[in-house]
Write a protein that binds this ligand. Sequence first.
Ligand code: C5P
Length: 314
Amino acid sequence: MSDSVTVRVPAKINLVLAVGPLRQDGFHELVTVYQALSLADEVTIRSADRPEMRVFGEGARSIPVDGDNLAWRAAAALARHQGWRGREHELHIVLRKRIPVAGGMAGGSADAAGTLLALAELWETGLDRATLSKIAADLGSDVPFTLHGGTAIGTGRGERLLAIDAPARFHWAIALSDGGLATPAVYSRLDDLRAAGATPSARSHQEVLDALHSGSPAALASVLRNDLQIAALSLRPELQATLDSGLRAGALAGIVSGSGPTCVFLCQDQPQANEVASRLRRSGACRDTLVAHGPVPGATALPTTSSLLREVAR
Ligand code: C5P
């Protein structure tokens, strides 16, 4: 048994996010194509006498370390599933954040997915990914995807996944904003805008799948779509200037990521992503920038010191 387990979990973006009607349960029916990006959080968990959480990195001070944190909810859900109610109180959890907080890139979901995988290992549950995925779905719509990674179609409220084999690598410049946006507020603004006459755009996820298979960044750039973008822009009009700056900086296309306010810019290749990121940073149209590529695998346990020593001894 390991002393601690560390799991790396990717951010997600939505290449297409087609939002359907509001359901009885308060969620919207949607069709999305997720892509996991090389921007990742790390979750490290070890057993402890009492519960403790430490958070480092991007936005650390704004993250709750109590039971409101989705990582604790994930630990409680796994303990409950195993019939070990209360065992989540015997954990020390460290989150190393790189994914923007409340930024529309599933940072909180990634931490929950990382917690599930780390604990499945630490507690030696022997649970497979399909079972973890079911627990993940109850925690949040994006949690199963951050566990799964790669590229996938998401349906239902986003939790039902169909993996897509699309290995071509795409390069992204990412513009971080000051402050986050609350996902429910963005969905609800979209409902208001639609009630006032805004219509969903006509693009289908099939166009995105074709573009992914072609491997052409230009083809993908022409079909990116996010129905939540008008709602995010309505709540944060200054994001339009960020999107415009990214295009002026040479990106092939830019969209708000998920519910925002992070904006992501598809670029021709890695050098162009670096260039777009540095021009965007200099333009002052965003708080900071990053670069990333996708797709990458989902939540992955990093080798522990003891497993590395075992390898060396072989
Ligand atoms: O599933 P998750 O916890 O990420 O959802 C947060 C909120 O976002 C929901 O409570 C709901 O208001 C909104 N949402 C939605 N439709 C979805 C996913 C999320 O309305 N498909």
